[in-house]
Design a protein around this ligand. Structure first.
Ligand SMILES: *Cc1c(COP(=O)(O)O)cnc(C)c1O
Length: 378
């Protein structure tokens, strides 16, 4: 059986969790949390990072920090995870959906332009599969209309746009370490604060609306309730797990990238014959090995391929369903068609990509797909 995902354990996790226990600091903002922050700040030049209990939490922090609320409009892609939008809707904003590009789930800059009104305050982009959005055009729009930019970089660890790391473009950016992502800690995430004016308040929101972080640094002699907030910080046990993974980042990334390369090689002939399309990063974007996704001719063909692969005990997965058509959002949607988001909802299929899948298993998957298309080649 080849399942869709298997969490990869580097081996150091147990040792670091033991160390966290021995530190006698297992609540949040402890020694391992600080090491994780430092890792990201040094490796990617992020000015300020805060680990969170999930990417969802980091998105909720972003919405609070940017003071978004009723009367504000925020533009999102429709082909994304629920949390990208839900986190902001919790604050009472009006969500406005822009379509994906025709050939890639990333948001279409032209579609963003068409959705801007005087009420538009922020734009949330998702670097789908770790492939950078069209940042030059997006930054131009952001500057022109004085928007706040949030990058949902949940897929986008160790990914770049023209040599600049994803997560460094937005005023704020969010990452996920959920067990389905490249670097994991069970449930976990991170908020990146690129705009210094949000730094101080971010620490306060993170620590239940108190200035405890400043207190720990010795900047104030007692801490108290100074603003709204919640408990967004993960325990140091979680951070210990994450640190173990981060120390293996280079190896994990190169392994995942080679898996994606092996799919390209194994499916080369079918790709050349245009039996399906592969979701491929643009020239300006890197491949970070988060996923390998193909787009089939139509929904029945996707179902047929899924069934075919299941017979060989191979379990691929489709991905998001357009949020503008979700049961929750349908009554709130302005009725505008988003054909590209719908296309990816109906036809996109992800093949298994996880650290411990081996070359023979990838070959087996490619062979099963070739068998499915056997006799159909033009
Ligand atoms: C996984 C994911 C999230 C949510 O991450 P959690 O850490 O599970 O909260 C948000 N946005 C996108 C695009 C994701 O893929």
């Amino acid at each position: 059986m080849i399942q869709f995902n298997k969490p990869h354990i580097t081996g150091k996790e147990f040792r670091y969790i033991e160390e966290a226990i021995n530190n006698q600091w297992i609540s949040g903002n402890g020694p391992f949390t600080k090491r994780c922050h430092q890792f990201f700040e040094e490796r990617y030049g992020f000015p300020k990072c805060l680990l969170t209990s999930s990417c969802t939490d980091a998105l909720e922090m972003a919405a609070l920090l940017l003071d978004l609320g009723p009367g504000d409009e925020v533009i999102f892609p429709s082909f994304t995870f629920v949390s990208t939008v839900n986190a902001f809707m919790l604050r009472g904003i009006k969500a406005v959906f822009a379509d994906s590009l025709p050939h890639h789930p990333n948001i279409d800059p032209q579609a963003i332009r068409e959705r801007i009104t005087p009420q538009t305050k922020a734009l949330v982009i998702v670097h789908y599969g770790g492939a950078a959005c069209a940042m030059e055009e997006i930054l131009e729009i952001v500057q022109e209309h004085n928007l706040l930019l949030i990058e949902d970089a949940a897929h986008a660890i160790d990914a770049y746009y023209k040599n600049k790391p994803l997560g460094s473009f937005g005023h704020l950016a969010t990452f996920s370490f959920h067990e389905t992502k490249n670097i994991i800690c069970g449930e976990g995430g991170m908020l990146v604060i690129n705009d210094a004016r949000f730094e101080e308040r971010a620490e306060i929101l993170w620590e239940k609306g108190t200035n405890r972080t400043a207190f720990y640094r010795g900047e104030v002699d007692k801490y108290g309730w100074v603003d709204l907030g919640s408990s967004f910080l993960p325990s140091d046990l979680t951070a210990a797990f994450l640190m173990a993974q981060l120390e293996c980042l280079a190896g994990i990334q190169s392994k995942r990238k080679s898996i994606v390369e092996n799919y390209y090689k194994g499916l080369d002939e079918l790709i050349k014959n245009a039996l399906f399309q592969v979701i491929t990063p643009e020239d300006y974007a890197t491949q970070n090995g988060h996923l390998f996704a193909i787009v089939l001719a139509d929904e029945p063909e996707r179902s047929a391929l899924i069934n075919h692969l299941k017979q060989s005990e191979i379990f691929p997965a489709f991905h998001y369903q357009s949020l503008h058509k979700s049961p929750y959002f349908t009554p709130l949607h302005d009725g505008r068609a988003l054909p590209n988001a719908d296309l990816f909802s109906e036809r996109l299929l992800r093949l298994p990509v996880y650290h411990d899948i081996n070359v023979a298993e990838i070959q087996e998957i490619c062979n099963a797909i070739k068998e499915f298309y056997g006799g159909r080649e033009a």
